[in-house]
Design a protein around this ligand. Structure first.
Ligand SMILES: C[S@@+](CC[C@H](N)C(=O)[O-])C[C@H]1O[C@@H](n2cnc3c(N)ncnc32)[C@H](O)[C@@H]1O
Length: 286
């Protein structure tokens, strides 16, 4: 395992890394406690644990619409996490999705949730580093990446891999966290990093330059920080209200641990102080 993969495991699979039960075991038990059968779930029931980005499902729908994803598109969901966007693109946009993630615990959960929601015929998942995948040349019409580039130290290698995997004229859809105008250090922990080792933020300008050098031409790019901040403020208020009475459906605290509420508040404050911004956009492979 590389240092990069080790740092990410220590971050995204922290409770299990510290000797606890596996993520799948914890989440399955939590669904049972909430009175649900963990092998028969709806997309609404899993939304608390499969949307690890600002804006939830609405943000994914907005990006898919921006990119004009056609039914039957072969999509690679890079840094798919627990697979929420992969399932949404399959269910609502008729895509055939391959989700790829470096965190083995997430790939296991993604496969289980797709089986439990009846979407395993249109989604599949594999554990790999986005910079070196075992996938065939030109296997995809679109590459999708939500809130994952800021975890990746070598973007040039990742973009070269996307060039190889996309058909000519293929689409790249990004919804990403970038560095803002305030250069002071990030308030940590945030949902993608407890320590600086797993945070690789670039400015919008630097990211756009890397994309141009990597052979991706912009179609539409927009700053969506305002709506992301409004969403994060609303969720931080809810998280501050404490646990609801009765067993709740699993949420991100089951993945990240109790520190998740602090991560959310720090992200809110980093957004408000312009230490980070949120970008969504569509690029075309040459
Ligand atoms: C904040 S999560 C977002 C997950 C998902 N895209 C979502 O929005 O729900 C970032 C994900 O990127 C994955 N990731 C980071 N670096 C990666 C790499 N080099 N290759 C593949 N996955 C990576 C992490 O394991 C993590 O699941």
């Amino acid at each position: 395992m590389t240092d990069h993969a080790r740092h990410l495991d220590a971050h995204y699979d922290a409770p299990a890394e510290r000797g606890g039960q596996s993520l799948t075991t914890r989440l399955r038990a939590a669904f049972r406690e909430a009175g649900r059968d963990p092998d028969r779930l709806t997309l609404d029931e899993v939304a608390g644990i499969d949307q690890l980005h600002l804006g939830g499902r609405r943000a994914s729908r907005s990006l898919a619409a921006l990119g004009g994803l056609a039914p039957g598109s072969r999509v690679l969901d890079v840094g798919c996490g627990t697979g929420g966007a992969s399932r949404l693109l399959a269910e609502e946009f008729g895509a055939e999705v391959t989700g790829l993630d470096i965190t083995a615990a997430f790939v296991e959960v993604a496969g289980w949730l797709s089986r439990a929601t009846g979407l395993d015929d249109r989604t599949r998942f594999l554990c790999a580093d986005a910079a070196h995948t075992p996938l065939a040349d030109g296997a995809f019409d679109a590459v999708w990446c939500q809130h994952a580039l800021m975890n990746m130290p070598d973007i040039a290698a990742v973009l070269a891999e996307w060039q190889r995997l996309l058909v000519p004229g293929g689409t790249l859809l990004l919804h990403e966290v970038v560095a803002g105008g305030d250069p002071s250090p990030l308030r940590l922990p945030v949902p993608w990093a407890r320590r600086v080792e797993t945070s690789h933020l670039r400015s919008r300008h630097a990211l756009e330059a890397l994309l141009a050098e990597g052979g991706f031409a912009p179609v539409v790019v927009q700053d969506v920080t305002e709506s992301a901040l409004a969403w994060r403020r609303k969720h931080s208020r809810r998280e501050g209200e404490g646990a609801p009475s009765g067993p709740a459906l699993p949420g991100p605290a089951l993945i990240f641990g109790e520190v998740f509420a602090e991560m959310g508040r720090n992200l809110r404050d980093n957004l408000a102080a312009d230490r980070v911004r949120i970008l969504e956009g569509v690029w075309r492979r040459a």
